[in-house]
Design a protein around this ligand. Structure first.
Ligand code: FES
Length: 608
């Protein structure tokens, strides 16, 4: 069901936005890049985010009564983080005394540097016989005066007496939201770090971020240590089905991978682990379940219901991740079994749900995750593409590592782009596969049905001697020992057909045609390396102008960084599952019908 959008106008800026009912005034302001002050991260405890109602709204919340004076309430002041929009509204926003720093991240997104981790330096009065407040009360009172709320768990309580007295009550309190992470002696505000992780099925990428400057201190990546248990999520889940021990194996493998990257990041950046307070981690639903030691079996079986979809905020020591032991690990929400937190991060990084233009975002991999929409409405789906894009089940296929052909140009000769520079070509990775097929179509050596020509059919063609047959199957020779076979072309047709159909179904559900699509964004570890023109020629993406097909890089990692640096972005991520409509492809008759029609390659004139 499409929710009716409501209009909110912020004065004196005269800036408006349209948001779904129930959005807070605070979040809505952030959507249009209007910073409203806050130190509590929208929890209703700092009282800094107040705005004055001019038109619409009015309800007074408990937090309003606690934070605002009676006179303020009477003259229409409300906490914007508590006030929800249920009708068109106009509000006055007080000018900011401190405008948070901003940085450009993701796909041209301006992100306010406003992390969920805060460090507050306090010079507390020491207890006396006249002032017998507890350590917790003393801390809470001082933090409240600065606009912060604080809760301490048992482990934190145990550290309090020593930490306060050793430091003579001059301490820096480290808060993750309203949870006390640590009390550090003296003023340590200049050392505040976090890590953002993209936990891919194949590759894991971690970035150590300086939370004060918003800059990356070091980046590291390595293959996921679960690889020996299978290349894709289904084989990992199958391994986990063998029981508790197998799940522990999977969990330990990925923990070792992440902790290995962390140790390397700390060493390279010269940062102490105990100054790293938060990790934002994104990944597909299976990867997040396995990381947490949760049985992922239901994800692989009808009706594909994961154990959790909501964002989790867990102590690092509980998960087994080696940042500050009392620090937190934040996962972003999952939309469905096959549209995970990595895609939510991608939507954040691209701003897809917050802009007027209609965009298709495709993360191409074993599963093609597709998101279509704009600020008005957002749809998503997952199309099973099979392993062709990853280079498997392709005769000379290989992963995108040294020796892989990643780009192909056919003129009257064959030009190859090989990963690693001067190394001899060993095989074809996904982007090379897409390129060679597109180039063969353009060169007239492959017809629209996907049939490779024989040497006899095109005797005059300068590349006709490359057409051959291997083990009785037609093939095109790229080098002496790397070729593309007729079967490989079929594999690619199925893979691209599945994704193209997914896109078409979403466009049909939204009631739009290719002409309405403003941009196509190719993301993910594979999609970003695709040549946009080739993707268009083979019909993987809608036939928009090629300069409107953009490679957007590792959007999952970018989105994780944004959620680490800005609690407001994190909040937007938390709200996305409510805003994005999931379209299930299996069982749709239009999926099967369109699938058959998009197996063919498009006419070259149509994509020119
Ligand atoms: S009270 Fe702190 S952001 Fe609203």
């Amino acid at each position: 069901m499409i929710q009716k959008k409501l209009e909110v106008t912020y004065q004196p800026f005269n800036k408006s936005t349209r948001v779904p009912p129930g959005t807070t005034l605070f979040s809505a302001a952030h959507w249009i890049g209007l910073p409203i002050d806050s130190t509590c991260g929208g929890r209703g405890t700092c009282g800094k985010c107040k705005v004055q109602l001019v038109d619409g709204g009015g309800e007074i919340t408990t937090a309003d009564r606690k934070q605002l004076r009676a006179g303020e309430l009477e003259s229409g002041w409300r906490l914007s983080c508590q006030a929800k929009v249920y009708q068109d509204m106009t509000v006055n926003v007080p000018e900011l005394l401190r405008v948070p720093k901003a940085a450009t991240m993701g796909v041209n997104r301006l992100v306010l540097l406003d992390p969920n981790v805060r460090k507050v330096y306090l010079e507390l009065t020491e207890p006396t016989l006249e002032d017998q407040r507890s350590d917790v009360e003393r801390l809470q009172d001082a933090l409240t005066a600065e606009g912060f709320d604080m809760k301490a768990d048992l482990a934190a309580l145990r550290t309090l007496p020593g930490a306060l007295r050793d430091a003579e009550f001059r301490v820096t309190a480290v808060l993750g939201g309203d949870q006390l992470i640590a009390l550090e002696a003296g003023d340590t505000r200049d050392q505040s770090y976090g890590v953002a992780f993209d936990l891919g099925t194949t590759t894991v990428v971690g970035t150590l971020m300086n939370l004060r400057t918003g800059m990356a201190e070091a980046v590291g990546s390595t293959l996921n240590g679960q690889a020996p248990f299978g290349a894709d999520v289904i084989s990992r889940i199958s391994h986990g089905m063998q029981g508790e021990e197998a799940r522990t194996e999977l969990r330990e493998a990925v923990l070792n991978t992440i902790n290995g990257i962390l140790a390397d990041l700390y060493e390279r950046a010269g940062v102490d682990r105990d100054r790293v307070y938060e990790m934002v981690i994104v990944g597909n639903a299976t990867m997040l379940h396995l990381l947490l030691g949760i049985d992922a079996t239901p994800i692989s079986m009808m009706p594909f219901a994961p154990t959790f979809r909501e964002p989790l905020y867990l102590r690092a020591r509980e998960v087994g991740l080696e940042i500050h032991p009392a620090g937190f690990v934040q996962t972003l929400p999952i939309i469905g079994a096959y549209v995970g937190a990595d895609i939510v991060a991608g939507v954040i990084a691209t701003g897809l749900a917050r802009e007027e233009k209609i965009r298709v975002f495709v993360d191409v991999g074993t599963n093609g995750e597709i998101v279509l929409g704009s600020t008005k409405r957002v749809l998503c789906t997952a199309a099973p593409a099979g392993p062709a894009f990853e280079g498997s089940q392709i005769k000379c296929g290989m992963r995108a590592t040294d020796g892989a052909i990643e780009g192909v140009t056919l003129t009257d000769r064959v030009e190859l782009q090989v990963i690693g520079g001067d190394v001899p070509p060993r095989g074809l990775c996904g982007s090379g596969l897409v390129d060679v097929v597109a180039q063969l179509l353009v060169a007239g050596l492959l017809d629209a049905s996907g049939k490779l020509k024989s040497r006899e059919e095109v005797p005059e063609h300068p590349l006709s001697d490359r057409l051959t047959s291997v083990e009785g199957v037609r093939a095109f020779l790229l080098t002496e020992n790397v070729y593309l076979s007729q079967r490989d072309v079929r594999e690619l047709q199925f893979a691209k057909g599945s994704i193209a159909t997914g896109i078409k179904v979403l466009m049909d559900v939204m009631g739009i045609s290719t002409a309405d699509v403003d941009e196509v964004l190719l993301g993910g570890s594979f999609g970003s390396y695709l040549n946009p023109e080739s993707a268009k020629i083979i019909g993987l993406v809608p036939a928009v102008d090629v300069d409107r097909i953009l490679s957007v890089g590792n959007t999952a990692g970018e989105g994780a960084k944004m959620a680490l640096l800005s609690f407001r972005e994190r909040q937007v991520a938390f709200e996305l599952p409510e805003k994005i409509e999931y379209v299930e492809l299996s069982g749709r008759s239009d999926f099967n019908d369109s699938f058959v029609s998009v197996l063919r390659f498009p006419d070259l004139e149509a994509v020119a």
